[in-house]
Design a protein around this ligand. Sequence first.
Ligand SMILES: NC(=O)c1ccc[n+]([C@@H]2O[C@H](COP(=O)([O-])OP(=O)(O)OC[C@H]3O[C@@H](n4cnc5c(N)ncnc54)[C@H](OP(=O)(O)O)[C@@H]3O)[C@@H](O)[C@H]2O)c1
Length: 489
Amino acid sequence: MVDMANPTSLRYSTHSHYHPRSAVHRRDYFGFTDCTPPEPFKPKLAFNPPPKKAFPPPPQKKAAKPPLTQSFKPPPKPSSPRPNRDPATLLSRRSVLARLSNRAQSSRPIPKLPEPLRHPIRSFQATANSSLPNHYLPNHLHRMSSITNTKAVVLDHLVDGEVSTRHFRLENKPISDIKDGQVLVQIVAFSHEPAQRQWIDANTDERRLYTTLIKPGETVRAPIVGRVIASKLPKYPVGTTLAGFHGWAEYAVLNEGEIFAAVPPTADGKVDLHALDVFGLAGNTAYVASAKYGKIEPGSTVVVSGAAGAIGSLLVQLAKKVYGAGRVVGIAGGKAKCDWVKTLGADECVDYKSPDWEEQLRAAVPDYADVYFDNVGGPMLDVMLQLVRPNGTIVVVGAISTYNGEALKLANWPQVIYNRLTIRGFINLDHPELITKGQAEFAKWIAEGKIDVSDIQTVVQDKIEDVPKTWLRLFDGSGKGKIISQIAA
Ligand SMILES: NC(=O)c1ccc[n+]([C@@H]2O[C@H](COP(=O)([O-])OP(=O)(O)OC[C@H]3O[C@@H](n4cnc5c(N)ncnc54)[C@H](OP(=O)(O)O)[C@@H]3O)[C@@H](O)[C@H]2O)c1
């Protein structure tokens, strides 16, 4: 059972749990307002050092011989003792992590930690300058002096029309030393968001955007999960896995405002990537759309486009299994996706890639829909304007079919007038108060078996340079649920 008074106790599966964090300010999500921008990358110029001048060697001083009667003095001790080099006495990575996270499960007593490893931040400092080889150290204690720069995918130029990999390029960016209130993370995974396409669009009027455009040369922003490898933020010590907002890079310095929450590992010790879907932006958006704007009465008829996508797959389940809709119709691209959408609870799913999709859709909603959750815009929205009942509601969640420059043509627009439709757009960030509430509700619904998250991700093992290619899969329909690039274990 879930202790609602204590959200940190929430469990969304029998194996793992999630710590929802308090409300996040809207610009923390997208705006990097608190972020100290990294120094612009300056490529090193090819440089031939001048030949060294040959100086005559300094005259050798003859060492005075000690008198034979002088007593032997041991050499002075180094001021800071070096950590024990004997691998047998070093702790395994697992036991250190267990101790650090207070989650020691084993009945075997954990040996007392040697002093330099006991406090995560101090231990990092203690080991940072040692000559201990990296492979003797737990991963999260590796010497950080080597992380002075990171590979990052930056925007090459703003996009006018269809986006492709040529709009991005790989760069080496310097990593600055962390200051008080910052952490250095090794990024483990990114979630791919259609909204990123809007942040790089040449035709966007920035004054009408809820965030700033990404400028050429800037790292492409994205939600992340990452592992803290150096910390001056006691709340998130070394070893913590956290969800936050940064961009397509291997390492990043994060301010507290860019961190959403700590993410406990799964039962088998892996990074829990659900922090990027049901407990990330997708879950938050699906929750705001359904709890705030497209209120679903028991027995009502609901249509969801993009039904096999990250948000759509949650909306279908919410409509049918949480709010008790009488009939749920999904719209998705291809038979395989439609079959999957039905397993999520849809009574019917229309494959919009089939030639007669429009007739199929009309047949699937014979008595009109009470609520239409629109994730795609385009011809599907145009047909749905005729299929939402008088005084019904269209919740405009997204319009992915238009993001690559296709014009949105609405022949049926006057239906809004004749049938007194409510068309409601929103941005999830408008409701920070619903972030933790939604996470708590999802945790409860997952525990109750109402929301199934076992198959809502397409995780691609990527190199950082391949991340744009995976992100582009948002627009070719080759991903199911939330598409995630994982670049580290
Ligand atoms: N309002 C907000 O605050 C907010 C927040 C987050 C996201 N959004 C928006 O919500 C929508 C859904 O987001 P998401 O993260 O769940 O993305 P998503 O639905 O997972 O996006 C990928 C899917 O979109 C479909 N798609 C791509 N191009 C299409 C096209 N031209 N026509 C029709 N379908 C197309 C594809 O599915 P098929 O194979 O089925 O075609 C693809 O797999 C997006 O438009 C996004 O921008 C809004």
